[in-house]
Design a protein around this ligand. Structure first.
Ligand code: PBG
Length: 332
C-alpha cells in the first residue's frame, strides 16, 4: 500500500474546490463602463457590442440602479457630445454630457462610486486625445503631417478632471496617455481643494486593435493618423514599467493596464514592481470577441467570461473594468 500522493484529492468536491481556490472574482471588484449620448429617452444597443447600450442623461439613473442591484459598486463614464471641436470644449463644459450624467447617477444612486474617464478624443473633431497641430499645407482632408501638442493638452485635461469632480465624480481616470498628465491633474484637483479625490491612471495603455468596438460606440476614432505616438507599442513591457513608474511618481493612486487579455504578462510584471492597487481594463474587443463566439454557440458565455475575469485576477489585478460587470455579477 504506502502513502499515495494525489493532487486531485483537493478537486474531489465542489465545496472544497471553492475553499481552496487561490483566486476569486467578486462583483465588488468590478467597474461597469457606460456611454452617455445627447437626447432624451435613449437606450440604444451598440451594434458592435451586443448587450451594451448608449444612454441619455435621463435614462442613465435607472441603469445605475440596476447595476447597483446586481452588486456592482462602480461605474466609469464616457461621453459622446452634441458638438465636437478642436478644443474639446464638451469635455470640460459645466453642463457637459458626462458632468450631467454624473449628477443624474448620484441623484438616482448616491452610493454609486462614479469614475470620470478623462480624455479628449470623444470631444475633438479630429478624434485625437490631445490638441493637434496640423500642417494645413497638405490640405484639410489629408493631414499627412501633424503633431500632438502634449503640454498644451495638459491644461485641458486638468480642467476636464476638475469639472467632473465638481459635478460629483468620486474618482478620475485619465486615459489620454499625454506625458505629465497625472501631475497636472493632481495639482489642479489639490488647488480646488479636492485633495482626497483619487486618480486611477491608464498608465500602461497599448495601441490596440481591441479598442475597435469602443471607437464605434464613442465615435472616437481618429479621422487621420493613429494613436501610436502616445499609446504604447504592443511588443514592449520594459517601457510599460517605465510609464507606470512615472505615473506613480506623479501621484497616481491606482495603476491601470489596458487591454487586459493580450497583456496579462504586463499585469503580472506591474504587480511585481509596484505596490499600488492595479486595475485592468477588459476592453470592448475582448467583450465582443466572447459575445460573438457565444452567439454562434462556439463557447459558453458565462463560463468563458468567468474564466477570463479569473485570469485577469490571477495575473495580479485588484480591480477589473469590464462590460460584463452587470451581467456576470449575478453568476459570481
Ligand atoms: C479614450 C479611450 C479608449 C478606450 C477607453 N478610453 C479608446 C482609445 O484609446 O482609442 C477603449 C476602451 C475599450 O475599448 O473598451 N482614449
Amino acid at each position: 500500500m504506502g502513502m499515495s500522493i494525489r493532487p486531485r484529492r483537493l478537486r474531489s468536491n465542489a465545496v472544497l474546490r471553492r475553499m481552496v481556490a487561490e483566486t476569486r472574482v467578486s462583483a465588488d471588484q468590478l467597474i461597469q463602463p457606460a456611454f452617455i449620448v445627447p437626447g432624451s429617452g435613449v437606450k440604444e444597443e451598440i451594434k458592435s457590442m451586443p448587450g451594451q447600450c448608449r444612454f441619455s442623461v435621463d435614462t442613465i439613473g435607472a441603469e445605475a440602479r440596476e447595476i447597483t442591484k446586481a452588486g456592482v459598486p462602480a461605474m466609469i463614464l464616457f461621453g459622446v457630445p452634441e458638438k465636437k471641436d478642436e478644443k474639446a470644449s464638451g469635455a470640460y463644459a459645466k453642463d457637459g454630457i458626462v458632468q450631467r450624467a454624473i449628477a443624474a447617477i448620484k441623484e438616482a444612486v448616491p452610493e454609486m462610486y462614479v469614475i470620470g474617464d478623462v480624455c479628449l478624443c470623444e470631444y475633438m473633431s479630429h478624434g485625437h486625445c490631445g490638441i493637434v497641430d496640423v500642417d494645413r499645407s497638405t490640405g484639410l482632408q489629408v493631414h499627412k503631417s501633424y503633431t500632438i501638442k502634449n503640454d498644451e493638452t495638459l491644461e485641458l485635461l486638468a480642467k476636464t478632471a476638475v469639472s467632473q469632480v465638481k459635478a460629483g465624480a468620486d474618482m478620475v481616470a485619465p486615459s489620454d496617455m499625454m506625458d505629465g498628465r497625472v501631475r497636472a491633474i493632481r495639482t489642479a484637483l489639490d488647488g480646488e481643494g479636492f485633495v482626497n479625490t483619487p486618480i486611477m491612471s491608464y498608465a500602461a495603455k497599448y495601441a490596440s486593435s481591441f479598442y475597435g468596438p469602443f471607437r464605434d460606440a464613442a465615435e472616437g476614432a481618429p479621422k487621420f493618423g493613429d494613436r501610436r505616438t502616445y499609446q504604447m507599442d504592443p511588443p514592449n513591457v520594459r517601457e510599460a514599467i517605465k510609464e507606470v513608474k512615472l505615473d506613480v511618481e506623479e501621484g497616481a493612486d491606482i495603476i491601470m493596464v489596458k487591454p487586459a487579455l493580450a497583456y496579462l504578462d504586463v499585469i503580472a510584471r506591474v504587480r511585481d514592481e509596484i505596490d499600488l492597487p492595479i486595475a485592468a481594463y477588459n476592453v470592448s474587443g475582448e467583450y465582443s470577441m466572447i459575445k460573438a463566439s457565444a452567439a454562434k454557440g462556439w463557447i459558453d458565455e458565462t463560463r468563458g467570461t468567468i474564466e477570463v475575469l479569473t485570469s485577469i485576477r490571477r495575473a495580479g489585478a485588484d480591480i477589473i473594468i469590464t462590460y460584463f460587470a452587470k451581467d456576470i455579477a449575478k453568476a459570481l
